[in-house]
Design a protein. Structure first.
Length: 168
């Protein structure tokens, strides 16, 4: 994947995501697909936005395609396990939980450098919109591994429950 091409697509979808236009972002990301193994990251993003938008069937289909291109993916089993668990399709959910736990990243995500938060804080002084962005960034980016850790704790509990209650 070419970094410049990827960054351009991210710049196109960012305002759409900010407005909640997930379908628009998905259309742009689908336009980047090449039919090669390089599509894995784009498919992961498409699956994620389908999931966030509540299009679970499309999220499942796309996540499975992404997982076939990158069997070491952590995010796709995480999404699939949560969708199947919510549907009470426990066998499927447990299978994806186990894949996700096996693919759990060894390294933590790094928080952005402190200067980036300083820039947001400075710009936030001049605009209410940027102030909201600063507050959201502080909440979301100070601990980028929070979602992973929460899923990991849930996944371990889910597998234990599944093995004890459902599978017997």
């Amino acid at each position: 994947m070419k970094p410049v091409k990827f960054l351009k697509s991210q710049m196109k979808i960012a305002p759409l995501i900010g407005r909640g236009d997930y379908e628009g972002a998905i259309r742009i990301l689908e336009g980047e697909l090449t039919g090669t193994a390089d599509d894995a990251l784009y498919l992961e993003m498409i699956a994620h936005w389908h999931w966030i938008a509540g299009n679970h069937e499309k999220a499942i289909e796309t996540a499975k395609k992404a997982l076939s291109l990158d069997p070491t993916s952590f995010d796709m089993p995480r999404i699939l396990s949560q969708i199947y668990a919510k549907r009470e399709e426990h066998e499927q959910a447990a299978a994806y939980v186990k894949i996700g736990l096996n693919n759990y990243p060894a390294e933590n995500l790094q928080a952005p450098p402190a200067w980036a938060f300083g820039v947001l804080k400075f710009v936030g002084k001049f605009s209410a919109r940027w102030k909201r962005i600063e507050e959201a960034a502080n909440e979301d980016l100070k601990d980028p591994d929070k979602d992973r850790r929460e899923w990991n704790a849930w996944a371990k509990q889910y597998v234990a429950w599944y093995e004890a209650s459902v599978r017997k």
